[in-house]
Design a protein around this ligand. Structure first.
Ligand code: TLP
Length: 345
């Protein structure tokens, strides 16, 4: 059975054009800095978000980890939202591997951190406290519903970070979704930050990889940390080649995923037993849950849907995430609505 796989945009497979580019890629030893395809990809991504330099890493998780390790020492503190991917889904890497303390403040429903909460979390110079070094945002914000942070808000956090002499990181795994949804340049969302992580292996469909971007000095330091983590890859041009195709062909079309997310939400919203989160979808994700009338729990519902060829993410006892991406078309949207209607009838 061909599945409609809405669990994540991480399930996207490379396009035929990517596979062709991978087969033809010119490669070299990237640990020597000699892989021309990796070098081109790093430059391309850094330029596209207005940063001096980039570093190709195997995953978004490693990208965030390298960024935070490069800007915080052992015993330092990073201010993060309590629903940040780094807090929830990165296996505690910053503390396990870096001895970095996370100061978690509430993510507001719109994905932001309240500026007063940030200021309140910044430590004074007292030897009882870990020194605050970094503040980190996520755009789009995954667990807040795929919401977008505006350029103005991002700028205000950047200004605050400067005022308090903190570094500023953005987990921009889906920064291009945020830019497209708001009709702004990704540069406008990235410019206030010292470091920005961009994922190629989500809506952009590349099979592997993220690019961490920032100043040339920062990337120099990040390159050493990537090596420490074992993330220095050799002939990685075969992977970077797909990333180049992703950057050249997949960014603008993200708008289609957003439109299709809306189409799917419109189809789902009248199904008895299902309740959509207010405002969803903001980008390519729909968050919804079961009403009390439904006997099945979230897991059972997902299993029944899967028997009908539709896979969805279960994010809490009775809550779901459905993520639209390149490999989902209008017929898949219809099939999903029918499957939900069937299972919840
Ligand atoms: N997110 C995955 C899961 O881990 C939840 C998903 O299916 O959405 N930052 C953000 C905002 C992310 O959403 C993810 C992946 C990452 C970082 C990590 O990227 P990878 O999976 O490449 O390590």
């Amino acid at each position: 059975m061909k599945f409609v796989d809405l669990r994540s945009d991480t399930v996207t497979e490379p396009t035929p054009e990517m596979r062709e580019a991978m087969a033809q890629a010119k490669v070299g030893d990237d640990v020597y800095g000699e892989d021309p395809t990796v070098n081109r990809l790093e430059e391309l991504v850094a330029n596209s978000i207005g940063k001096e330099a980039g570093l190709f890493v195997p995953s978004g998780t490693m990208s965030n980890l390298v960024a935070i390790l490069a800007q915080c020492g052992r015993g330092d503190e990073v201010i993060l939202g309590d629903k940040a991917h780094t807090v929830l889904f990165e296996a505690g890497g910053i503390s396990a591997l870096g001895g970095i303390h996370s100061r978690q403040i509430p993510n507001q429903p719109d994905g932001t951190l309240d500026l007063l909460d940030i200021i309140g979390a910044i430590r004074s110079d007292d030897y009882h406290y870990p020194p605050t070094r970094l503040v980190s945002l996520e755009n789009t914000h995954n667990r807040c519903g795929g919401v977008v942070l505006s350029a103005a808000y991002t700028r205000s956090v950047g200004d605050l970070a400067k005022q308090y002499e903190l570094k500023f990181h953005i987990d921009g795994a889906r920064l291009f979704n945020a830019a497209i949804a708001q009709g702004v340049q990704a540069k406008d969302l990235a410019s206030p930050a010292d470091s920005v992580s961009i994922c190629l292996s989500k809506g952009l469909c590349a099979p592997v990889g993220s690019v961490l971007c920032g100043s040339a000095d920062f990337i120099h330091q990040a390159r050493r940390i990537r090596k420490q983590l074992g993330g220095g890859m050799r002939q990685a041009g075969v992977l970077a080649a797909a990333g180049i195709v992703a950057m050249e062909t997949m960014v603008d079309r993200l708008a289609e995923d957003h439109q299709r997310a809306r189409l799917l939400a419109d189809g789902l919203k009248h199904i008895p037993g299902l309740i959509l989160d207010p405002g969803t979808p903001h980008t390519n994700m729909i968050f919804c849950g079961l009403t009390d009338q439904i006997r099945l729990d979230g897991k059972e519902t997902a299993e029944r849907l899967s028997e009908l060829g539709v896979k969805i993410g279960v994010v809490a006892e009775r809550r779901f995430r459905l993520v639209l991406h390149y490999w989902i078309d209008d017929a898949d949207v219809e099939k999903t609505v029918d499957a939900f209607r069937n299972v919840l009838a």
